[in-house]
Each structure stands twice: as C-alpha cells, then as structure tokens.
Ligand binder design. Structure first.
Ligand code: SAH
Length: 569
C-alpha cells in the first residue's frame, strides 16, 4: 500500500503543544497537531509520512510498537523532548526521512539531533534515500546492506547512470561503465552485480486482439522487454488505441503492476509519420498502425527504442518518456494553509522555483535556499520558456501558479511551450484550490448545481466569443463564475456582462463578490444583479452570479441541489 505523506506532531503536555505550534508556524505549515491518546498511532499510521512525538521516548516507543513493519513501509518516527533539546530519530531514518527531519528540527530549536544510522553518521547520502527521493525502484534490494556497508567503509559510492536527471549527489563518483559500479541507474539490463535502480520511464505501445487474456499479456510483455534488454520495473505507461482501453486483460495487467494506460484515436495515430503500417489495424480500426505510433505519441519523443514485434495476439513497440521533469504547481488562493501538502512537498524538492512575484511572496517560508526567478504578470511566456530551458539542463524546476494551475493558469502555456520547443521535458501538474472553490466557500454553497466559469479578460480571447458564452450560460440557467471581472484598463466588460446576463435573469438574482479570498483584507459581499456594479470589483475579485433558484440563507448564498423536493428535510 502506498504510504501517506502527512506530517503529524503529537504532543502530550502544554509545553509540547507550545513547541508543536512553533514548529508548525515556522517550519511545517502543513503539519497536523494532535494530542496524544491511546489508539492514535494506529489510526494515523498508514496516512503518515512522518510522526513526531513531543514527550518521553518511552511513550512514543510503546505507542508505535504494535504497528512497526519494515524500514521500507513504516513512517518516519521521531521523539522530541518538550524543550526541543534532543531530537531523536527512532525509525525509518534515511529512506523514511526521520534523520533529515530530526536535523531540520534541531537546527530550528538549536537542539541536538540524535542519529544512529551509519551512513548519516558519516554524513554520506544513503543510496536508498537517494532512490526514494527520486522515485527510482530498487530491483535487488537484498544487496542493499552490502552496498551501504561498502559506501561507509570506502566513504564513496560509484554509480553508473545513463540519465542526466536526477543528478548525482557530491559524494557519489560517476562510473563510465556499468560493470564494477556499486549502483546502476538505468532502465536497461546489464550484466553486473550492482544495485539496480529503475526509473519509471518506459512507454510500451500495444496493439492487441479483442479478448487477449491477462496471462498472455503478462508473459508477452515480460519476454519482449527482457529480450530487448530492458527492465520490466521501468515500465510506466501502456499506449494503445482508445477502443482497446476496455479490454479486460489489459486493464487487469495495468492494475496489477500499477501501470498507467493511454488511448489514442485512429486520427491521432495516423498523424505520426515513419511508422510501419499494418493492414490488420487499417481493416479493424481505420488506423495505419497502433503499437508504434501510440508509443511515440505517449512518450513525447520522435523515435522508438524497439520497433514493433508481433507475438501471438499482441503487437508491441517500446519508447522512452521524456527524462527531464517540470512541475506546474497550484499555490491556492492565498496563504500556505490553503495549499495542498503535495504541492508543498514538490516545491521543497525543487532546485528552482519560478513564478509571479506576489505568488512567490505568499509561499516565502518554503523557498529557503532555492534559486528563485520572479517576473511581472505579463511576462508569462518568457517565464514558461525559461522554466522549460532550465528543466532541459536537468534541474528540478517548479513553476508556480496562483489558485489551480490548470484554470486560467500556467499549465496550458507550459504544455504549449514544451511542444513548440520539441523539448525533452515531462510535465507534472499539481492541483490547487481555485478562486471558484475559495470564493464559493466564503459565500456558502453557490456552486451546488451546474455552473460555468467565464473569464472576462479579452487579452487572449476575442470579446465576441466571451459575449456568446455569457449569453449561452445565462440562457441555460447556469450559475456563472466570472474570473478577471475588471482591471484598471478594463472597466466596461463587467457592465456589458451584467447587461447580457440580465436579459435572461431577474434583477433580484443573487450575486456574490469575493475579493482577496483567504488573504488579509478579504471582502465578502452578497448583493443582486441590479446592484452589483456599485460594489468594489477589481482584478482580485471573483463574481458569482446565482441561478434562478439561488437563495439567501442568513449570511450565506446557497444554490439548492433539489434535496428539498425529493426528501423531507
Ligand atoms: N489560476 C487562478 C486564476 C487566475 S485568473 C485560479 O485557479 O484561481 C486571475 C483571477 O482569478 C482574478 O482576476 C480573480 O478573478 C480570481 N482570483 C484569484 N485569486 C483570487 C482570490 N484569492 N480571491 C478572489 N478571486 C481570486
């Protein structure tokens, strides 16, 4: 089971609570505080990435004892005395991160980190920690103790890697060939008694006859990869024709191995040039071929590692995913407490953080020691190009975007720039709370029924199209969320929008206006379509126009879902 990544600070006394609050405020905004009680450790065990007990070591040890499984499965456990003088790394020292966490807390409390694992004592970067941090899977973990012992004895580790990302830590020596290296980072099979770390970067293109069973897929894929010289552990994605996504055997195979599936239409598959054509695919699906073009499309690359091979009911081809990574991260509407722990963790891991200055200011506590690139709002294209170029150098880059990056944010632009540069960059989008969630929550529950989000900015969208969408959404009685309602140079659009909506909705329709949600100086107003323009609306505001049923309940604005018609409430 995948381990959660929540950080819990468990306190026992008032002094412990004080320290827990200080740690949350200054170091770990995402931390969750809880008072110690019986049964607590068990209830949070699977969810926790780390648990810090502030209190006696004995209490911590007794509380966790029944749940301990192994160093690859257990959360990081540390015990801290309530004055923060000793910070003891108890469990999951390096792979789980307890040692690093202890050091970080000790640096803050000016206390003493108590660490007993050998590689950390010698201030070496343990290879299992390096693997965990870089999402590399260990193929032969049984030799880890031997490799770690050698690392400590020699004070260095020789590593062969055929990837430029991740870069290697300073105390590792780069080997030029795999044989003789202590560890090998590659998706390829080599004859070596090294510790093999596998990146999840292989994309398998697959054509298959209907009804092909799990067993046939299992053995054909394994043989194909191994005979081709690649590790099955590196297989991350299977790409096929969209009509094949419902094949039971394929679905079961993907589920069993945690492999993602991607399906393409015949039209998309036919857009790829230079692939071997297949008469069978043309007859059955109208596609020139499946395995090769699907692998090329899903990998984001132009060439294949292995051209197609037919075995039994399957046709297989192999490609490698883009190797450099870029995160586009949603920072939410305001302060750190409205950002997801996942987004915070991704920023912590990044070497470079790029974003608009005011968004960077909001997350300042996470940016210590990082290369920061900020720019003005209108330079987002330059920011995107810069981010892709830095990712191409093999750096871990995060582009931050307010709210959700995929809602009028940076995500779409980044994908466009990666495509137009033909860049070897794999993009990961990490969601955030958008203005529509944040503002709706401040108003009550105005989005309980169907709604449309429309931006009134005509910088990138022709105004006529915005007018058409406003009119269509108003006519269909959607609740309407207006982003970018007004700025200094754009005052008329909100007036025109109100006019268009008024053609289909009564003057007393409720309108919620939220300015600077979840930020200092937040303003929340509930008014009507008739009076909305006399309110303060600017580029920090979101306007939510209710549908014909939206009503006021005390200080709230609520759009009924219809429960009241169906049930007695
Ligand atoms: N990606 C962002 C939206 C960017 S467009 C998101 O998902 O929220 C910028 C517009 O978002 C602003 O003009 C405003 O309409 C809205 N917005 C962003 N943050 C807001 C906040 N904290 N309160 C109210 N509206 C906000």
């Amino acid at each position: 089971m995948a381990r959660g990544n929540r950080l819990f600070l468990i306190y026992i006394t008032a002094g412990g609570l004080r320290l827990a609050r200080e740690l949350k405020e200054s170091l770990f905004p995402e931390a969750e505080l809880a008072r110690f009680k019986k049964g607590l450790a068990g209830s949070i065990w699977d969810e926790a990435g780390a648990i810090a007990f502030i209190g006696a070591t004995g209490i911590a040890v007794r509380a966790i004892a029944p749940f301990i499984k192994s160093k690859t499965e257990d959360p990081a456990i540390i015990a801290i005395d309530e004055k923060g003088e000793n910070i003891i790394s108890l469990l999951s020292g390096h792979a789980g991160g307890a040692n690093a966490l202890s050091k970080k807390i000790a640096a803050f409390t000016k206390g003493n980190p108590v660490i007993s694992t050998a590689t950390d004592l010698h201030s070496l970067y343990a290879i299992d920690l390096f693997a965990a941090e870089n999402e590399l899977l260990m193929e032969n973990p049984e030799i880890l103790p031997k490799v770690s012992a050698g690392h400590i004895e020699k004070g260095r580790l020789t590593v062969y890697s055929d990837l430029n990302n991740p870069g290697l830590p300073e105390d590792y020596e780069r080997a030029t060939i795999p044989s003789g290296a202590d560890a090998v980072i590659s998706n390829r099979l080599y004859n070596s008694d090294a510790l093999f770390l596998r990146p999840g970067n292989l994309v398998l293109g697959m054509g298959l006859n209907s009804g092909t069973g799990l067993d046939e897929i299992e053995s054909a894929v394994k043989d194909f990869l191994i005979n081709g010289g690649f590790s099955p552990l590196s297989l991350n994605l299977i790409a096929t024709h969209e009509k094949k996504l419902c094949e039971e055997g394929l679905k079961a195979f993907a589920l069993r191995h945690g492999i993602r599936l991607a399906g393409f239409t015949s039209e998309e598959l036919n857009s790829v040039s230079g692939v071997k054509k297949s008469d069978a695919a043309m007859r059955a699906l109208g596609a020139q071929a499946v395995a090769e073009p699907a692998a090329i499309l899903a990998s984001g690359r132009k060439d294949l590692l292995i051209r197609k091979k037919k075995t039994g009911n399957l046709t297989l081809a192999l490609a490698q995913k883009n190797s450099n990574r870029l995160f586009v991260i949603g920072t939410g509407p305001g302060g750190l407490s409205h950002m997801t722990p996942h987004a915070m963790a991704a920023i912590r891991e990044s070497a470079v953080v790029i974003g608009y200055k005011s968004y960077l200011d909001q997350i300042a506590p996470l940016l210590d020691g990082k290369e920061i690139i900020s720019s003005a709002m209108t330079q987002e294209v330059d920011r995107a190009k810069m981010a892709v170029s830095l990712a191409l150098e093999g750096k871990k880059v995060s582009v931050i975007s307010g709210g959700d990056p995929g809602i009028y944010g940076m995500a779409g632009l980044i994908f466009d720039v990666v495509e137009s540069m033909g860049a070897d960059v794999d993009v990961d989008v990490i969601p955030g709370i958008s203005a529509l969630n944040a503002c709706a929550s401040k108003l009550g529950a105005p989005l309980m029924h169907d709604f449309a989000a429309i931006s009134l900015s005509d910088r990138l969208t022709p105004w006529e199209q915005i007018e058409e969408r406003l009119s269509a959404a108003a006519r269909a009685d959607f609740v309407i969320v207006l982003y970018n309602p007004k700025s200094k140079g754009r005052a008329k659009q909100i007036e025109r929008a109100r006019e268009i909506i008024s053609a289909h909705r009564a003057p007393n329709t409720l309108v919620g206006i939220v300015r600077g949600a979840m930020r200092d100086g937040e303003e929340v107003t509930i008014t009507t379509l008739a009076s909305m323009l006399s309110q303060n609306i600017d580029m920090h505001s979101t306007v939510i126009i209710g549908n014909s049923n939206t009503r006021r309940l005390g200080r709230h604005m609520v759009t009924p879902r219809g429960y009241e018609r169906k049930y007695e409430l």
